[in-house]
Design a protein around this ligand. Structure first.
Ligand code: EPZ
Length: 444
């Protein structure tokens, strides 16, 4: 297993381009199951989760053809529509495999998808996905750990579906029901739909394929079902979480950097908190597309502590909670961070404490008391965003940090070490043996 070796204390400078969003790309790719025509994507990031989705789609009869325009692009085409089983082997490597459930059911009339388990960020139920699809007429049973779903008569039937749960709406649940409703007969109204920009991006692709959708980005989405969908071309939404991660990296190292292809319009809650902290985001030039802008990130000398509460969009994203917690470790005062999406998503707290952070967790809230400095240490990546938080802390820490298990980071950040390195950070990927040699006892 690879590790990252980071020497903290370097300022960052220069510019970095934000890649296409992983969380937008996964349901977009699954939507290729809804047609036998080619669907072409630009700016799909090169990540292990994306490679897993390609493997899953290949098992489901989808052919992938890569091309290099100025940006990498892939064309997906369902050439064999007989297979409907998403096997445990793949689903256990990536929960987002659940995205194929709605499209398979809508187009092939049945689906068998291994039930995803929990993960490091807590319980991850799929009851709302199943309830939504049942409201469209699906018959669903659980057999041998698999969700087995059929559309009686081969086609789902539009209805009103309520997607709210104990923690608000569900993003992938909304994606599943939306992707199923586009081919259902009649009209579907999704109430308490997730408003995330990734859902708007999915609706945009589906509309290009011929779907009739209104209200994506609001809590009520109306879908008028059509008989069939065609091919389309689509550029994936830039990754707002990756952009926020680079912003935190600039903030904690007191640096000035430029981000290109940044989805600023989808990041209001993030830039609002950064501004209160003393990390300023200034859009550069004019752009026709508010989701693909350039911006300068600059910082005040001293960072201020703030309150942060994660919420469904347009609230503050849970996927940036760990990175902001790292930033708050070196801010002035006490920050109060409350997690309202995944109340157990705090595995990074203990690892940040190993670097000298002062954090008290009480249930779903953590109080971070800023310290003068962090110290490099061997730490353990536990999940994707927690690991990104550790990278941010390490960039500012005194001395060397070794982050174990960086395969978590590779799930969601493309070549993070190369891109941070190009900005001036001292960060290298190494094998466990190399790291053990460098820092005895650093490798788990
Ligand atoms: C998506 O997961 C993202 N994943 C997550 O990003 C992100 O943290 C999450 O949305 C919230 O923004 C992808 O897009 C691939 P949810 P998703 O269903 O859709 C509860 C990352 O690091 N819930 O919106 O699976 C659930 O337990 C990942 O990139 C139910 O109760 O999350 C949670 O408390 C991690 N029943 C809340 O809803 C359900 O059936 C929101 O979860 C489904 C969810």
């Amino acid at each position: 297993m690879d590790v990252f070796v980071i020497e903290g204390g370097r300022k960052l400078s220069g510019r970095v381009r934000i890649n296409g969003s992983k969380n937008a790309a996964l349901p977009l790719m699954a939507a290729a199951l809804l047609t036998d025509q080619p669907v072409t994507f630009r700016d799909i990031p090169d990540l292990s989760d994306i490679r897993n989705m390609r493997r899953l789609l290949a098992e489901l009869g989808v052919q992938a053809t890569d091309a290099d325009e100025p940006l990498p692009c892939v064309t997906l085409r369902a050439v064999d529509e007989t297979e409907v089983h998403a096997r445990y082997d793949i689903v256990r490597t990536m929960r987002a495999s659940i995205c194929v459930l709605g499209p398979l059911l809508a187009r092939r009339g049945s689906a068998r998808v291994s039930m995803p388990g929990g993960c490091a960020i807590g319980q991850r139920p799929v009851d709302l996905h199943l309830r939504g699809l049942e409201a469209l007429g699906a018959r669903i049973t659980l057999e041998g750990g698999d969700i087995v779903a059929t559309a009686p008569g081969g086609r789902l039937i539009g209805d009103t579906v309520f997607m709210g749960g104990p923690f608000g709406s569900t993003v992938l649940g909304t994606a599943n029901v939306l992707s199923a409703a586009v081919l259902a007969s009649g009209t579907t109204v999704i109430e308490c739909a997730a408003c995330e920009p990734e859902i708007v991006d999915l609706a945009s692709l589906l509309s290009k394929m011929g779907a009739r959708i209104e209200g994506a980005g609001s809590p009520r989405i109306t879908v008028r079902g059509v008989e069939s969908l065609g091919g389309a071309e689509h550029s994936v939404l830039p990754d707002r979480i990756e952009a926020g991660t680079f912003m935190c990296a600039a903030g904690i190292t007191n640096s000035e950097i430029t981000l290109d292809n940044c989805p600023l319009d989808a990041m209001m809650s993030v830039t609002d908190r950064l501004d209160a902290i003393g990390v300023h985001i200034d859009p550069l030039g004019s752009s026709d597309d508010p989701l693909r802008r350039s911006c300068r990130v600059s910082c005040a000398e001293t960072l201020k502590s703030v309150q942060i509460t994660t919420q469904p969009h347009p609230g503050f994203p849970t996927d940036l909670q760990a990175q902001f917690m790292a930033l708050m470790c070196l801010a002035n005062g006490n920050a109060v961070i409350t997690e309202k999406i995944f109340p157990e998503r705090f595995l990074h707290v203990a690892e940040l404490a190993r670097m000298g952070a002062n954090i008290t967790r009480m249930g779903a809230t953590a109080v971070v008391t800023g310290v003068k400095e962090l110290a490099g240490a061997p730490v353990m990546a536990s999940d994707l965003r927690a690991s990104a938080g550790l990278v941010i802390a390490a960039l500012a820490a005194h001395g060397t940090t070794v982050i174990n298990r960086v395969y978590h980071i590779d799930r969601g950040y493309e070549h993070l070490e190369t891109r941070l390195g190009a900005l001036g950070a001292s960060i290298a990927r190494a094998t466990e043996e190399e790291a053990a040699h460098l820092m005895p006892g650093a490798v788990a």
